[in-house]
Design a protein around this ligand. Structure first.
Ligand SMILES: C[S@@+](CC[C@H](N)C(=O)[O-])C[C@H]1O[C@@H](n2cnc3c(N)ncnc32)[C@H](O)[C@@H]1O
Length: 333
């Protein structure tokens, strides 16, 4: 049973750790929420996992909350409390960030080169599938090359700052086949789903919002195979469907936090079996934050990781890079 004090602590932590320096508006709103009894009472009518700051803020944005001072946020939310609750019960945080392709790309290109074959991508926890198109986006690494697909990209170049010896590719790898699994796949062709994805982008991040809209155009023009269901149930049948002349890469980003510990253990052991298996070549790229990495070698201790705030990129279970959670930076280990 989560108490109001625990919910208040969650919003204060979100303000101080996640939003500070990244979204002044959300930092201010969440600090105020953490001391606002009436709003905490409203949140207290929801099951604990549904009291997430990102879900509450996204629901308010989806319903049209004015981006201004806390008083305006507060009165909007209280005036629309039933609608806010309904959105928070129906939707979940499914932020789809194409920028993460910038930190996956070096490994994807190296895998394709080493295996001498194009890629068959399987993303578990794919949301609308925007991360399944690393071959369709343009990239501006700094320092490093500017890369783009032959014929250019309709998506603004993804900027990524680089440190350490990142094996940046000279060209983009070829993707032969792409598929995703999600508990609730979002449809890039559905206006309501698109509005929800836009509401999940933080208010000051206009470049991310622009990238999202352009990436969803790419998805709409050539939709991936998106399978509805639990990643632990759907993964093996999907690996079987991948074309034999491609190397399979199973990847995920900001997903394991939604699984319980047994679900994460089951997934890790499935992936390690696939990676070590004697059948077809399968690679595994994991891009995840703290809290899901206990026992993983190369992860920082929990407290250090929380202060650091970055994600860990792993290839076949080995830590290879620390990254900005939205793909904005990569430091090779
Ligand atoms: C924060 S989003 C990240 C989306 C995408 N990977 C990205 O980086 O842009 C997490 C996604 O994982 C999905 N998800 C959570 N648990 C899942 C499960 N057990 N099986 C399949 N998908 C799951 C959610 O529905 C959501 O779309």
């Amino acid at each position: 049973m989560t108490t109001a004090a625990e919910t208040a602590g969650r919003y204060r932590r979100f303000a101080e750790v996640e939003a500070r320096g990244y979204s002044p508006r959300y930092e201010a709103w969440c600090l105020s929420i953490s001391t606002d009894g009436e709003i905490l009472d409203l949140l207290g009518t929801l099951p604990s996992p549904r009291r997430q700051p990102n879900l509450f803020l996204g629901a308010a944005r989806y319903l049209g909350v004015p981006i201004g001072d806390y008083a305006g946020f507060r009165s909007f939310v209280l005036d629309h409390r039933d609608d806010v609750r309904q959105v928070m019960l129906q939707r979940s945080t499914q932020t789809n960030e194409a920028g993460r392709c910038a930190v996956l790309l070096p490994s994807l290109a190296a895998i394709s080169t080493e295996e001498g074959r194009p890629l068959a991508l399987i993303e578990v926890g794919a949301s609308a599938g925007a991360c399944l198109y690393p071959d369709r986006y343009a990239y501006a690494y700094a320092p490093g090359p500017a890369l783009q697909p032959l014929g250019g990209s309709t998506v603004p170049a993804i900027e990524c700052s680089v440190s350490g010896d990142v094996p940046l590719p000279a060209t983009l790898p070829q993707v032969l086949w792409r598929a995703g699994i999600d508990l609730h796949p979002l449809d890039a062709g559905d206006d309501d789903d698109v509005r929800w994805l836009e509401a999940l982008v933080w208010p000051e991040h206009s470049a991310r919002a622009e990238r999202l809209r352009a990436a969803l155009d790419v998805v709409r023009a050539d939709p991936p195979l998106l399978v509805r269901g639990d990643l632990n149930e759907q993964l093996l049948p999907l690996v079987e469907q991948a074309p034999p002349d491609a190397v399979v890469v199973v990847f995920h980003s900001a997903v394991l936090a939604y699984l319980d510990a047994p679900g994460r253990d089951r997934f890790r052991s499935t992936m390690l079996d696939l990676v070590r298996g004697r059948g077809r070549a399968v690679h595994w790229l994991s891009h995840e934050g703290h809290g899901t990495l206990a026992g993983v070698s190369g992860a920082l201790a929990k407290e250090a990781q929380e202060r650091d705030g970055r994600f860990l990129l792993q290839h076949n279970g080995h830590a290879i890079a620390r990254t900005g959670p939205h793909g904005q930076s990569i430091e090779w280990l």
